[in-house]
Every structure is written in structure tokens, then in C-alpha cells.
Design a protein around this ligand. Structure first.
Ligand code: UD1
Ligand code: CA
Length: 489
């Protein structure tokens, strides 16, 4: 153990099945606030700087191992073949590292609200007391289902009693076991080896480690958490929803105190991994997920979901769904836009209603205001993409790129069949199907000429409201030649 390490090892108990979740997903992998429960526990323990992090896996071990490889590659897994109880799980872990010495943090994998501060104070209290086994506790209003802390007449911890094994008098105690312990490695190894299974569940309880140590006269301690919400576990989906709400409240409180306006905390959900700068404004119904970052002066919402997005200074994203997109300074997105991964909107751009974008760079000041699909494209500066334009990027087999130059005007309802380039300053005529490059400054026209068949309504729709309207307009009998003039030329 090096001097900057608060503990020699962290052991996370994560082998239990989590029956009460009624889920095919292992309990500790259920998510809240952008991380798995296990991820939250590991994040809280990380600042302790332990040289070794062990995660005891069992139920759903392959899934848990895959998850750990992604989120905590430094953690080592230890297999508990049979789930014989939390004491047995801790024993499997310490036995896996026979030369482990010094203080070890043992923590339940289903305690997602734990904070680094709470763990650091627990370790500090353990060290200051010269204890060999210290348990974190909390005073709660409703202790139902939790282990109770039994203290002697002088207030020293005497035992931890599981609810199922508790007397009526013990059940009335409101100080509970958080499922977080610091123990000397050697002591832990010895006491866990002697655990019995004479309890209501026939399991080896980690909580049964305390009483024999007290009996043997070893120094033990029970330390109350400053904030009882830190220690709340999560055994079913009702508790998961409650923990998620608490976590979200913490995130939003911290943002508001740092200068972010959150109009409606009840409907705003922000992952712990998100960054929001002071003077950003979150309207009601906003979800910010993953690596999303929102800069100062940006306005997000109402009713907007951003996953792994960057929203730069002064930008606005209204009623939109965005993933993996960068919204540049003062850009405007929405209402009802769908930005998909690889969307890069430069400063002052606009993406409007019912526009979907994917893998596209939109240059400074360019606009895609209405009803368009823009995929696999580069758009220059100051361009305008007319309503209902489609970047036809897929030929059924492969995706192709479209390049639009600076100051281009793409007419409404243009199909840009990729690969294709529209040069700087060029136009396309509304309704065109552009399959060939349009040189700079040219007008690309690719549509049938219009023909007007004079008197058609009088002949083919006599007696209709249209015919009467035409008659009133004085054109009912006009026999002028059909016209083929094209207004765009
Ligand atoms: C446990 C404590 C209880 C405490 C509560 C706090 C015990 C016996 N009881 O109860 O005193 O108040 O946490 O939330 O420890 N696990 C394994 N292998 C096993 C069994 C469990 O790895 O064989 C893991 C679980 O995945 C879980 C942790 O140990 O992360 C605790 O197990 P759980 O069944 O959730 O215990 P609780 O009944 O909540
Ligand atoms: Ca539990």
C-alpha cells in the first residue's frame, strides 16, 4: 500500500441474483443517472486509490464481466460459484489475494448513492479509531428489510442483526447497516473463515463478522453516515426509481448552485456524466445523457433529449431528439428535429422542423429550415437547403457523399442523388432530381417541363365547383394553346 492509498483493496459484492428486481439483467447492471449501480459504486470508491479492486461476480457473470471490461478495465473479477451469502462472497474475494494486507473496503454492489466523501470519512474514522472492523451505518425512518445495528449500554457496537433474525426489540432499532465495511485484511480473512449459517436464510452473512470480533475483544467501530440517503441500497424497481430520483435531485441541485437555470426539476433528468455550464437554461422535459455538454447561454428544451451531444454557447435546441451531434455557437435546432451521430452544425446554423440529419457538416450560417433528410454530406457556408430536400445517400447497397458549396440555394423538394456536388453559389430548381454535379454559379434543373391543358376542367369536370370557379374567372371557354413555358427559365 502506497502512502496515497486510503485502502489496500476495494471489494465490491456483486454476485447476488437480485431476485427482487425480477429481471434478466443482473441487478448491479441496472442503470440510473447514466451509470450502472456497479459503476456508481466503483466511481465512489475510485478516489480511495486502492491498488486492487475486486468485484465478486456470480449470477449473470458473463454480462457483468463484459460491462466491467468496458467501464472499469482495471477491476479484477473473482468468481463466487454459488451464492452462499454476502460473507461467503467477501471470503472468496480475500482468499483470491492471499498476500493482501492493510485496510480493505468491502461494499455491496447495490448502493448507487454512495459518495467518495462518505467512503473517505469511513476510512478516516476506521484509521483514527485503530479499529479492525468498521461498519458504516445510518439512522433511517423506515428500517424495513435492513440489518439493525445493536449497540451495548455504552453505545459500542455489539452485533449486526438481519431483520429476519431480529427480535421485536431489535426490529424497533432505526440504526441500520449500510452494507459498507472497512476491515483489516488479516482479521477479515480469519473471521470470514469461521462464519456459520445458523440464520433464517441459511447463508454466510458478512454481518455476522462483527459479533465474534467484539467477543474476542478486538477494536471495532460503527460510524453513522452524515447523509443517510448516501447508503440506501436498491433491491427492486420501486427502490431503483426512488434512488434514480434522489441521484437526479443531487445532480440538479449541484447544477443550480453552480448557476444553471433548471425551470422544472421534476421533469429534467441529467446524467452524472453530463456537463452544463453556468447560465445555460434547461426548460421542462429535458433529458441530458452520456457525455453531453451544454455551454453558457445555451437553451435546451422544452421536451428535448440529448445523448452524447455538445451544445455550444448561445445555441438553442427546442423539442428535439439528438444523439452524437455538435450544435455550434448560436445555432438553432428544432422544433422537432432529429440529429443523429456525426452531425456537426457550425456557428449560426439553423436546422428546423421535421429535419433529420446524420453524418453531416453544416457550414457557418447555413440553414436546413424544413422537412428534409440530410445524410452523409458536407455543406459549405451560407447555404440554404429548401424545404423537403432529400440527400439521397443510399443506393440500396452503399452510402454515398454529397458536397454542397458555399452560398448554394437548393430549391425546395430537390433530390440530391449522391455521390454529387453542387458548386459554390449554384442553385437547383425546385423539384429537381439532381444526379450530376452542378458547377459553381449554375442552375441545376432536372424535372419535366410543365404543360397546361387549356379548358380541361370545362370538358372533363363539367358542373363541378371547380368548373364554376373557372367560369367566373372568365377562363371557362378559353381555347388558348397548351403552354409549355417553364417559369424557372
Ligand atoms: C445486506 C445486509 C444488510 C444491510 C443491507 C444494506 C447482509 C447479510 N445483509 O442485506 O445488513 O442492511 O445489505 O443494503 O449482508 N451478494 C453476493 N453473493 C451472495 C449474496 C450477496 O455477492 O452470495 C452481494 C449482492 O450482490 C449484493 C450484496 O452482496 O450486492 C448484498 O446482498 P443483498 O442480498 O442485496 O443483501 P440485503 O438483503 O440487501
Ligand atoms: Ca441489498
Amino acid at each position: 500500500m502506497s502512502p496515497q492509498q486510503a485502502v489496500a483493496a476495494v471489494v465490491v459484492l456483486a454476485a447476488g441474483q437480485g431476485t427482487r428486481m425480477r429481471s434478466a439483467t443482473p441487478k448491479v447492471l441496472h442503470e440510473l443517472g447514466g451509470r450502472s449501480m456497479l459503476g456508481h459504486v466503483l466511481a465512489a470508491a475510485a478516489p480511495l486509490g486502492a491498488g486492487t479492486t475486486l468485484v465478486v461476480v456470480g449470477s449473470g457473470r458473463e454480462t457483468v464481466e463484459q460491462h466491467l471490461a468496458a467501464v472499469a478495465p482495471g477491476a479484477r473479477t473473482v468468481l463466487q460459484e454459488q451464492q452462499l451469502g454476502s460473507g461467503h462472497a467477501a471470503r472468496v474475494a480475500v482468499d483470491a489475494v492471499p498476500d493482501l494486507e492493510g485496510p480493505v473496503l468491502v461494499v455491496n454492489g447495490d448502493a448507487p448513492l454512495l459518495t467518495a466523501g462518505t467512503l473517505e470519512s469511513l476510512v478516516a474514522a476506521h484509521t483514527a479509531a485503530g479499529s479492525v472492523f468498521t461498519v458504516l451505518t445510518a439512522e433511517v425512518d423506515d428500517p424495513t428489510g435492513l440489518g439493525r445495528i445493536v449497540r451495548d449500554g455504552r453505545g459500542a457496537p455489539r452485533a449486526i442483526v438481519e431483520e429476519r433474525d431480529a427480535t421485536a426489540e431489535q426490529r424497533a432499532l432505526r440504526e441500520v447497516n449500510a452494507g459498507v465495511y472497512v476491515a483489516d485484511a488479516g482479521t477479515l480473512r480469519r473471521v470470514l473463515a469461521g462464519l456459520a449459517t445458523d440464520n433464517a436464510q441459511g447463508e454466510q452473512y458478512l454481518t455476522d463478522a462483527l459479533a465474534p470480533l467484539v467477543d474476542g475483544g478486538a477494536p471495532v467501530a460503527a460510524v453513522r453516515a452524515a447523509d443517510p440517503t448516501d447508503v440506501l441500497g436498491c433491491n427492486d424497481r420501486v427502490e431503483l426509481a426512488a434512488r434514480r430520483r434522489t441521484l437526479n435531485d443531487r445532480v440538479l441541485d449541484a447544477l443550480m448552485r453552480a448557476g444553471v437555470t433548471v425551470v422544472d426539476p421534476a421533469t429534467t433528468w441529467v446524467d452524472v456524466t453530463v456537463d452544463v455550464a453556468p447560465d445555460a437554461l434547461l426548460e421542462p422535459g429535458v433529458q441530458l445523457r452520456g457525455t453531453t455538454a451544454v455551454a453558457a447561454g445555451a437553451v435546451v428544451g422544452p421536451d428535448t433529449t440529448l445523448t452524447d451531444c455538445t451544445v455550444e454557447e448561445g445555441a438553442r435546441v427546442v423539442r428535439s431528439h439528438c444523439e452524437g451531434a455538435v450544435v455550434g455557437p448560436r445555432a438553432s435546432v428544432g422544433p422537432f428535429s432529429y440529429l443523429r451521430p456525426g452531425t456537426r452544425l457550425a456557428a449560426g446554423t439553423k436546422v428546423g422542423a421535421f429535419v433529420e440529419t446524420k453524418n453531416v457538416q453544416v457550414g457557418e450560417g447555413s440553414k436546413v429550415p424544413h422537412l428534409s433528410y440530410v445524410g452523409d454530406a458536407t455543406i459549405g457556408r451560407g447555404a440554404n437547403i429548401g424545404a423537403a430536400t432529400v440527400f439521397v445517400n443510399y443506393d440500396g447497397v452503399a452510402k454515398h457523399h454529397t458536397t454542397i458549396g458555399d452560398e448554394v440555394r437548393v430549391g425546395s423538394d430537390t433530390m440530391l442523388v449522391a455521390p454529387v456536388t453542387v458548386g459554390d453559389g449554384a442553385y437547383t430548381a425546385a423539384g429537381s432530381v439532381i444526379t450530376q454535379d452542378v458547377p459553381p454559379g449554375a442552375m441545376g434543373v432536372a424535372r419535366a417541363r410543365q404543360r397546361n391543358v387549356a379548358g380541361w376542367v370545362r370538358r372533363r369536370r363539367p358542373g363541378t365547383a371547380a368548373a364554376r370557379a373557372a367560369e367566373a374567372a372568365g377562363h371557362e371557354g378559353a381555347e388558348a394553346a397548351d403552354t409549355g413555358a417553364d417559369a424557372s427559365e
